[in-house]
Design a protein around this ligand. Structure first.
Ligand SMILES: C[S@@+](CC[C@H](N)C(=O)[O-])C[C@H]1O[C@@H](n2cnc3c(N)ncnc32)[C@H](O)[C@@H]1O
Length: 277
């Protein structure tokens, strides 16, 4: 099959998957512990702005200066387009910049958000820098942190499915991020003197109901399969034709509405140290 990898469409399709997945207890603690508004929020790796939409549309953010940064200028352009409707009550400053370049010049914020982002960075190195962006006692909301389990059903070949999952994790672990970011956050936050107020799982569960996959979630699934293929296509321990056949079958399962996809993830909300400078 020919498949166009459109990252902005993937992020838009991911929105409804995240909507279902985001941990309700963690969300409620965020909503109930926000400082008085207007507040100053920063979102890192903000993508096309779906978290801003969610926070505003669910009535959690009512008045804010919201700074959104992302390394990819195309995401920032799309974020500005999607979120323009929220001004003037939500004033959005959106910048295409690497977060670590941004940190050097940034002021302090009341609220720091990272959704589906922390598993892309070197957590022990990044976390203290990110938390330094918060005012003392400021709130962090770190969500959709991947945590070591990807499940595709029905099984194609138990040994091959397992090998693909493990090899995929190894590619994550070789990059800056980590395949066990969710569980590692707890110690890393403690080490940075941050206090976790609530935590819980935020697993993606994508399945086809009687009407097929919801919204644009079939595209989301095709994109995930292609992401696995791209990560593993040069893997020396995996025969090329075995990967190709596995990918073909997974795409077919999506077209037939039989693929179930589950990814284990963790959300946390809490406060930075009130003693920090
Ligand atoms: C998986 S996407 C999640 C996007 C968005 N938070 C969402 O959930 O829809 C991760 C985003 O982080 C951005 N990103 C990755 N590394 C970054 C960095 N060092 N600085 C800024 N943005 C980065 C990518 O461009 C991408 O848009």
């Amino acid at each position: 099959m020919t498949f166009e990898m459109d990252f902005a469409r993937y992020l838009a399709a991911k929105k409804t998957v995240d909507d279902r997945a985001l941990n309700r207890n963690v969300w409620d603690v965020l909503a109930h512990t926000l400082p008085p508004q207007p507040l100053h929020a920063l979102e890192v790796g903000a993508g096309i702005g779906t978290m801003i939409e969610r926070l505003v549309e669910r009535g959690v953010l009512t008045r804010a200066h919201y700074t959104a940064i992302d390394a990819d200028a195309r995401n920032i352009d799309e974020l500005k387009r999607r979120c323009a409707k929220f001004t003037p009550t939500i004033q959005i400053d959106a910048h295409a910049i690497d977060v670590f370049d941004f940190i050097a010049q940034a002021p302090e914020y009341d609220l720091l958000i990272a959704n589906a982002f922390l598993d892309l960075v070197d957590l022990p190195r990044a976390l203290p820098k990110l938390l330094s962006l918060l005012k003392p006692g400021g709130l962090f909301y770190f969500t959709i942190n991947y945590d070591g389990a990807t499940i595709f059903e029905p099984v194609i070949d138990a040994e091959l499915d397992h090998a693909i999952e493990q090899l995929y994790h190894a590619t994550m672990d070789r990059r800056a991020g980590g395949s066990r970011t969710g569980r590692r956050l707890f110690q890393a936050l403690r080490g940075a003197n941050a206090e976790i107020s609530e935590a819980g799982s935020s697993d993606w569960v994508v399945f086809a109901g009687a009407q097929g996959y919801a919204h644009d979630e079939a595209y989301f699934l095709h994109f995930i399969i292609e992401t696995v293929r791209a990560a593993l296509e040069n893997e020396p321990t995996l025969a090329h034709d075995r990967l190709r056949d596995w990918v073909t079958q997974r795409h077919q399962q999506i077209d037939e509405g039989t693929l179930l996809y589950i990814a284990h993830q963790v959300d946390v909300v809490g406060k930075s140290s009130s003693a920090s400078a």
